[in-house]
Design a protein around this ligand. Structure first.
Ligand code: NAD
Length: 340
């Protein structure tokens, strides 16, 4: 039996996490949930977005399954997602974007994994303002990129490619302009490629990469990149395969791991029972693989694929007039598992 910290999250979080928990429990996986709160809901009830009990639970269990957390724009508290990634040294953010049969997208056969450095770069939290009276005259955000952090994530990407039978690693950078930071990242990747002669290696400049991803996404296999570029490219990749409702992410460190959807709390559709639960369910699949519950993981994955392929009992983002909601889609996934 594994004990996992469960954080329902904000906005659509409680509804999609409820759907995902029901699917995981129906899969036969041996999980005991420890419910905790974070984000806006914790701020409103406990006066802090990241309560000590939640941190203690993650420290104890080492694995968390998390719904999306709202971050106030501009002012307000610092992103709890970013804080968790930094506190637990979850340096690798793994985001697969794979075409589902049944989805209506301009592209077929997209099969890429974006591996985003998750603790450094422009998200390091080193920011300051220069003020005169009450006016901000200048503002600075420092992109801290370390050799150790870069080596760690690039090695992770090559090892991931080898372990998962993938053929190519592409490093994405802006080394023509940001010569010191992403220049170092590129140089480290080029050197490390020599240790992995079985894996093809190439590099792309971020802007050209964005264009190539929408013109010929099939040329990408494993992408490794710095924090901000990875954040943007993974939403772009989500768009290639049918939207944010389908893309899962794993935040991995040496000691801890937190699994979540790539998308946020979607306030525009919260409370309407129309959010697609697939992304968090697939984050649950990644978590089950992490916990070596491979059989349960494959059962869920197969059932999700069947439901999306049939494109009948799915949420409106996949079929606008479907008439089915979040919980209906989860029920259908459970029915498919029971029929396997
Ligand atoms: P978002 O990902 O919440 O939503 C973007 C668009 O995608 C919206 O139109 C939304 O309706 C749609 N969408 C998202 N998830 C969906 C789903 N499961 N099914 C169907 N449609 C879905 O991005 P946002 O609106 O920029 O951010 C909202 C809040 O979430 C912000 O506070 C942001 O900081 C936070 N956020 C949190 C995380 C996280 O917890 N890891 C990630 C991204 C954003």
């Amino acid at each position: 039996m594994h004990t996992v910290t469960l954080i329902p999250g904000d906005g659509i979080g409680p509804s999609i996490m409820d759907a995902a928990v029901r699917v995981i429990e129906a899969s036969g996986a041996r999980i005991r949930w420890e419910r905790q709160i974070a984000g806006m809901v914790a701020m409103e009830t406990l006066g802090t977005p990241l309560p000590e009990e939640t941190l203690a639970s993650i420290r104890q269990n080492r694995v968390a399954f998390k719904g999306p957390l709202t971050t106030p724009v501009a002012g307000g508290y610092r992103s709890v997602n970013v804080q968790l990634r930094q506190m637990f040294k979850l340096y690798a953010n793994v985001r697969p974007a794979i075409t589902f049969e049944g989805t209506k997208t301009p592209f077929k056969n997209v099969d890429m994994v974006i591996i985003r450095e998750n603790t450094e770069g422009l998200y390091s939290g080193i920011e300051h303002e220069i003020r005169a009276d009450d006016e901000i005259l200048a503002a600075e955000t420092i992109a801290l990129i370390t050799r150790a952090g870069s080596e760690r994530i690039i090695r992770f990407a090559f090892e991931y490619a080898r372990k998962h039978g993938r053929k190519r690693v592409t490093v994405v950078h802006k080394a023509n302009i940001l010569k010191t930071t992403t220049g170092m990242f590129l140089e480290i990747a080029r050197n490390m490629a020599n240790d992995f002669p079985d894996i093809e290696f190439n590099d792309r400049i971020i802007d050209a990469c964005a264009m190539r991803m929408v013109m010929s996404p099939q040329e990408f296999d494993v992408i490794v990149t710095t924090n901000l570029f990875g954040d943007i490219l993974s939403d772009l990749a989500a768009g290639l395969v049918g939207g944010l409702g389908l893309i899962a992410g794993a935040n991995i460190g040496h000691e801890y791991a937190i699994f979540e959807a790539v998308h946020g709390s979607a306030p525009d559709i919260a409370g309407k029972n129309i959010a697609n639960p697939t992304a968090v369910i697939l984050a649950g699949v990644m978590m089950l693989d992490h916990l070596h519950e491979h059989e349960a993981a494959r059962r869920i994955e197969q059932a999700v694929r069947e439901v999306i392929r049939e494109c009948r009992c799915v949420t409106p983002d996949l079929k606008p007039d479907s008439g089915f909601g979040t919980q209906d889609m989860a029920d259908e996934i459970i029915r498919k598992m029971q029929a396997q």
